[in-house]
Write a protein that binds this ligand. Structure first.
Ligand code: THU
Length: 131
């Protein structure tokens, strides 16, 4: 699966977004070392803080499919070219990111820029016993 295919998975997920409050649909997709792909959308709530991000949904799908290390991440938002994962999602993504993982920043037509995940989440919190 290419970066463009991962983008397509994220864009398809974005179309499932439940974002009636922000009207800001987001899609994310992660690819593992094993080559599996897991996608998700943002899911909001009438109690606004209880909603969550597309990246978080994608990681839930990853875990429920058996887990794995993430090598590539794609995120897309129809109203924001090159959307960046929020801080909380960077921490969540870091939990599963393989060394050398990359983040694909997208617009509605595809991947616009690819950056190392380590560049967008340097010196993150990790427990000694962690990965
Ligand atoms: N959102 C994401 O899904 N991912 C991000 O990285 C940033 C923000 C969602 C949360 C909320 O549903 C909407 O975008 C507006 O903040």
């Amino acid at each position: 699966m290419s970066a463009e295919d991962l983008f397509s998975a994220a864009k398809t997920a974005m179309q499932r977004a439940y974002a009636p409050y922000s009207r800001f649909p987001v899609g994310a997709a992660v690819k593992t070392e094993a080559g599996t792909v897991h996608a998700g959308c943002n899911i909001e709530n009438a109690s606004y803080p209880e909603g969550w991000c597309a990246e978080t949904t994608a990681l839930g799908h990853l875990v429920m499919a058996g887990g794995g290390k993430v090598t590539e991440i794609a995120v897309v938002a129809e109203k924001m070219p090159k959307i960046m994962p929020c801080g909380g999602c960077r921490q969540r993504l870091a939990e599963f990111a393989a060394d050398g993982a990359v983040l694909h920043l997208c617009d509605l037509d595809g991947v616009v820029e690819t950056v190392p995940f380590s560049a967008v989440f340097p010196r993150g919190f990790a427990l000694e016993s962690g990965k």
